[in-house]
Design a protein around this ligand. Structure first.
Ligand SMILES: [Cu+2]
Length: 338
């Protein structure tokens, strides 16, 4: 595989003994045992060509609520890998819960989220893998996980999973590309805007070229239930990357997996300063189909954007609806000399 693992934040599936025992017998099959769940994560290391700037100490400590948007950027959950009948199976564990997010110094918000973070974990597989997503609902409301991509009707994730219940979604990772997942319980606008969404990246069989890979999900918060967003964020926390610029290297390819999960606004744009990006729409191609510095995305639209910065310095990124940028949906790249 050619995609780089992140040496800073390796995938850390959170299996514990209780959870293995909880569903092991029913879901793994009679012949399997907990031993089969031993971690088989390949010991990939980043190709020498890809350099990731070390995090500043303050970014290492900049945890907001239960998560750190700086490390979340490059965090990919490849699941617990096993082989069944000669094929790769990836088992993921996703838990819906409520946590209080400090959106800024004056504002907290009760978020409904997955694994304690907004967005939820970035699940990652290769086309053709079997995906098994164990979904626990520990929140007081009913929720579900609905994946984009191709799967059977019974795996479409529109059935409410009640508080305290667990269900398993299982399907093949197809097609390759970038797929959102989100809760699909009514009112969906409310369940999504409170934070129940994330990304599933399905890599093409041969992988993609080496790059410093980042994930950004744009979201909005309707704080007073008036079906309008009062505040916006990239990766959960408003203005996080304004206050903590993302360090990247000059002249190195950045591969940005970008998803728009903003409810209530029909469409938004995404713009980077002083540069152009190449667009792989929905991640469904191996060659870019267009080049621009601004792209329009309806809700649930997602793309891969690739670019490299020729000049060092600080460069802004944001939707070009500047009211969104002014309400939390913006950040900076801090381009370091190569
Ligand atoms: Cu929900």
């Amino acid at each position: 595989m050619s995609f780089p693992a992140n040496p800073l934040q390796p995938s850390q599936p959170k299996w514990n003994r209780r959870q293995v025992l909880l569903w092991g017998g029913a879901a793994i099959g009679a012949g399997a045992s907990a031993i089969a769940l031993k971690r088989l994560l390949p010991a990939r290391s980043a190709p020498a060509a890809v350099r990731i700037p070390p995090l500043l100490a303050e970014a290492n400590q900049a945890v907001v609520g239960n998560f750190n948007p700086m490390t979340l950027l490059r965090e990919f959950d490849r699941g617990v890998v096993k082989t069944e009948n000669g094929r790769t199976v990836r088992e993921f564990e996703v838990t819906a819960q409520s946590t209080v997010l400090p959106l800024n110094s004056a504002l907290t918000h009760v978020s409904w989220n997955l694994n304690g973070r907004v967005p939820g974990p970035t699940l990652r597989a290769t086309a053709g893998d079997r995906l098994r997503i164990v979904f626990h609902n520990e929140d007081g409301h009913s929720h579900s996980l609905h994946f984009h991509g191709t799967h059977a009707a019974e795996m479409d994730g529109i059935t409410p999973i009640r508080h305290g219940k667990t269900t398993i979604y299982e399907f093949d990772a197809e097609p390759y590309g970038v797929h959102p997942y989100h809760c699909h319980i009514a009112p969906v606008t409310r369940h999504i805007s409170k934070g129940l969404y994330g990304l599933l990246i399905v890599d093409p069989p041969g992988g993609r070229s080496p790059a410093d890979e980042l994930v950004m999900v744009m979201g909005g918060y309707d704080l007073n239930d008036d079906n309008h967003n009062e505040i916006y964020a990239i990766n959960g926390i408003p203005n996080y990357y304004r206050d903590h610029p993302i360090r990247i290297y000059q002249n190195q390819r950045i591969r940005l997996y970008l998803l728009n999960m903003i409810e209530f606004d029909a469409a938004v744009t995404f713009h980077i300063h002083a540069n152009m990006f190449q667009v792989y729409r929905t991640g469904r191609s191996l060659q870019p189909t267009e080049e621009s510095d601004v792209i329009t995305m309806g809700t649930a639209e997602r793309h891969i954007l690739e670019f490299a910065y020729r000049y060092p310095g600080r460069f802004m990124f944001h939707p070009h609806q500047d009211t969104l940028a002014e309400r939390g949906c913006m950040g900076w790249f801090d381009v370091l000399p190569a």
